[in-house]
Design a protein around this ligand. Structure first.
Ligand SMILES: Nc1ncnc2c1ncn2[C@@H]1O[C@H](COP(=O)(O)OP(=O)(O)OP(=O)(O)O)[C@@H](O)[C@H]1O
Length: 232
């Protein structure tokens, strides 16, 4: 790979006697958007935590090439604080007055500038996930780890959020690793889709993003076959 940002080599992970990940081996390039798909319980979230440095692999190496990047997560559960306004949710961690300016900018970026003073209970699920995205962007991350962030949204809101996340990652030169159960989502959003089968990455689909509807559907059918043909 020409410009690797992150390299994972022979990553194994066991919990007690359970082998969750085995021989995970792939690279992520600068500016790449990667999706990880696979059966439930297959170790996708564990892999994200290992990339984030929240969990140590049992063996294998993980290497960021240039420098330790700023990494932020987005989850299905938005984890925004109900007793704070939208703006406060973004800026409360920092005493720097510039943080409020940055929060306003980030709300603008995700299309929520009119909602700065709202409390989370007054927002829709899609708007709350926009707040979660804006909050993740506050620290100027280089890498976004997206653990099924759109799983609880209705189909239309989900499509809009997919577009927003792709657009922001592209404009801000952010790398992203998206874990999703939705093979259409993976085929639509990612430059490359990695299928985790039996704990190992056995299949990579390259060049997913920007395909037309027919091509997305073809890729997602292929991904589905790869996943369900796994002997679990
Ligand atoms: N901290 C832990 N201690 C023990 N076992 C764990 C721990 N975290 C995960 N596991 C086990 O590792 C396996 C993989 O879990 P993980 O959440 O990574 O899978 P997943 O592919 O993200 O699943 P899903 O798609 O359902 O979210 C599961 O069997 C889970 O029970």
């Amino acid at each position: 790979m020409a410009n690797p940002f992150l390299t994972l080599r022979n990553i194994d992970k066991q919990y007690n006697n359970e082998q969750v990940l085995r021989d995970i081996d792939f690279e992520i390039a600068e500016d790449e958007f990667v999706a990880i798909v696979g059966m439930s319980g297959g170790g996708k979230s564990t892999l994200l935590r290992i990339i984030a440095g929240l969990e140590e692999p049992s063996s294998g190496t993980i290497k960021f090439h240039e420098h330790e990047p700023v990494v932020r997560f987005m989850f299905q559960d938005d984890r925004i604080l109900p007793w704070m306004s939208v703006l406060e949710n973004l800026s409360f961690k920092s005493r720097d007055p510039k943080s409020k300016t940055r929060a306003v900018e980030m709300l603008n970026l995700v299309g929520l500038s009119e909602f700065a003073d709202y409390y989370p209970s007054a927002l829709s699920g899609g708007q709350r996930q926009r707040v979660a995205l804006a909050r993740a962007l506050m620290a100027r991350p280089q890498l976004l780890l997206l653990d099924e962030p759109l799983g609880a949204l209705d189909a239309l809101t989900r499509r809009k959020m997919q577009q927003l996340i792709m657009q922001i990652c592209h404009e801000q030169h952010l790398m992203a690793v998206l874990v999703t159960h939705d093979v259409d989502e993976a085929a639509r959003m990612a430059d490359r889709v990695i299928v985790i089968r039996n704990g190992t990455n056995r299949f990579e689909e390259v060049g997913a993003k920007g395909r037309d509807a027919a091509a997305v559907s073809e890729v997602s059918d292929k991904l589905f076959d790869e996943i369900v043909n796994t002997a679990y």
